[in-house]
Write a protein that binds this ligand. Structure first.
Ligand SMILES: O=P(O)(O)OC[C@H]1O[C@H](OP(=O)(O)OP(=O)(O)O)[C@H](O)[C@@H]1O
Ligand SMILES: O=c1cc[nH]c(=O)[nH]1
Ligand SMILES: [Mg+2]
Length: 219
């Protein structure tokens, strides 16, 4: 897997990243969602440079102008629920993308420290020969991303695969790298060192789903 960690070259992205991590700012739910969306836009722009481009002639009022436009058939797939604002950011730029949604959540069966990933809702178009973009803001253990990929396999074989995430833990990045092809890409805004005993990224930002949408009761 090819890993593109955008924190390696400082940019305006650092401002959005510092706001979503900051305990004094992140509780402004609207700002949190909008920052995740803006990070999605920046990641989308970077990812777009790796797409397939072909020459296109545009007719202006005064003549013709040659440029290149991407030709990939894009399917954006987000993992509910924290993936929703990231999905919006990607869709802001990929105007005509097809969309898939999947629910993958951590189910704490016996105690807060052990969980399994439950995949329930799944709506997806054909993926055959298309460019699949899998988006989830948090890449902690990597289990949700891998469970989602397994659940999508019956929908066809994508031509290429891009994972998009906001914050990853090194352990989760290593885990997904083992499960995806070497041609797959990971576009990520930052990678932190560790996970705590509950599988949260440290320092991370806390619970992205709760910060975006409010607390949920455990089922
Ligand atoms: O890499 P993993 O260890 O699988 O963890 C990451 C998952 O955890 C979060 O979802 P969560 O289960 O909190 O659901 P939510 O989006 O409903 O809050 C996050 O959005 C990822 O989907
Ligand atoms: O740190 C983490 C890990 C999983 N999900 C989150 O929202 N945050
Ligand atoms: Mg959550």
């Amino acid at each position: 897997m090819q890993i593109h960690n955008l924190s390696e070259s400082p940019s305006i992205l650092n401002t959005f990243m510092s706001e979503i991590r900051d305990v004094n700012i992140q509780n402004d739910r609207m700002r949190f969602r909008r920052n995740i969306e803006r990070i999605g836009e920046v990641l989308c722009y970077e990812l777009s440079k790796s797409l397939h481009f072909e020459t296109h002639t545009t007719k202006t009022p005064l003549g013709n102008h040659d440029t290149t436009l991407y030709k990939n058939d894009i399917v954006l797939c987000s993992i509910l629920r924290a993936g929703v604002p990231l999905h919006s950011g990607l869709l802001n730029y990929f105007d005509s993308a097809e969309n898939a949604f999947i629910s993958a959540y951590r189910h704490h069966k016996h105690n807060p420290e052990s969980f399994e990933i439950i995949v329930e809702y799944l709506a997806c178009p054909s993926l055959e020969g298309k460019t699949l973009i899998l988006a989830d803001p948090m890449l902690a253990t990597g289990q949700s991303m891998v469970a989602t990929y397994e659940a999508l396999k019956p929908f066809g074989t994508p031509k290429d695969i891009h994972l998009v995430s906001v914050i990853g833990a090194q352990e989760g990045v290593d885990f997904v790298a083992k499960h995806f092809d070497t041609n797959a890409h990971l576009w990520i805004a930052d990678i932190d060192d560790t996970l705590n005993e509950k599988g949260y990224i440290v320092p991370g930002l806390g619970d992205a789903g709760d910060l975006a949408f409010g607390n949920k009761l455990q089922q």
